[in-house]
Design a protein around this ligand. Structure first.
Ligand code: FNR
Length: 191
């Protein structure tokens, strides 16, 4: 299984990027996490969204085509989704309801410096991914509040409670995503 890791922050020392790296260490054998670079995508412009798309968009589309699941890790910017992440979703979202995001299993993680841990960005991301018919892991949100206290100087997750919760989230997510993929391919075979 290949999981595409989508970080909503371009910051070099991003806590969300560190969270994705921590997640990679906890995945079972046979499951890999590949990072998507949202920073190289141009701003969405429908004039550029034809049969041939800008090179970085084509690369993202190929990554979306070949992955089995998505794992978002995003900060909350002004109570909502960072522009860089919304931009990536807008590119990936066409054609409407039939895009590569439709029915793709997705998990959402968020880390923020505040006490709420990105609860509001999670709600907004759910709403946006509902529009793309993406299947979202139906478990309580995985939030990391006060993220600056949860990682050591080398960027490793050091907080035992966050570590335990992340392992539990990923364990359930991988099983669920695998089931979603096989039921989707069975549906296709029977059509
Ligand atoms: C923030 N931050 C923030 N935090 C939060 O919990 N709610 C919010 O609405 C915002 N808004 C916001 C806007 C902007 C423009 C910035 C730069 C930051 C703080 C945010 O949680 C913090 O900077 C995180 O460290 C960002 O995530 P990364 O880059 O560490 O992954």
């Amino acid at each position: 299984m290949i999981i595409l890791g989508i970080c909503g922050s371009l910051r070099k020392d991003s806590f969300n990027l560190k969270l994705l790296r921590a997640a990679e260490n906890f995945l079972p054998e046979g499951v890999g996490l590949e990072p998507l670079n949202c920073g190289e995508l141009p701003l969405y412009n429908e004039d550029l969204d034809g049969a041939a798309k800008p090179e970085p968009v084509e690369r993202m589309m190929e990554a979306l085509r070949t992955c089995d699941a998505l794992l978002f890790a995003t900060p909350e910017y002004n109570h909502s989704i960072p522009g860089v992440l919304k931009n990536a979703i807008d590119w990936a979202s066409r054609p409407a309801y039939e895009s590569l995001l439709a029915r793709k299993p997705a998990g959402i993680l968020s880390a923020s410096k505040s006490f709420v841990g990105g609860a509001r960005v999670q709600a907004h991301l759910h709403q946006v991914l509902d529009s793309t018919l993406t299947s979202i892991y139906p478990e309580p949100e995985f939030l990391v509040p006060q993220a600056a206290d949860k990682f050591d100087a080398h960027g490793n997750l050091k907080d035992p409670d966050t570590t335990r919760r992340l392992q539990k989230f990923l364990y359930g997510f991988v099983i669920w995503a695998g089931r979603m993929r096989s039921s989707a391919s069975n549906r296709l075979k029977n059509m």
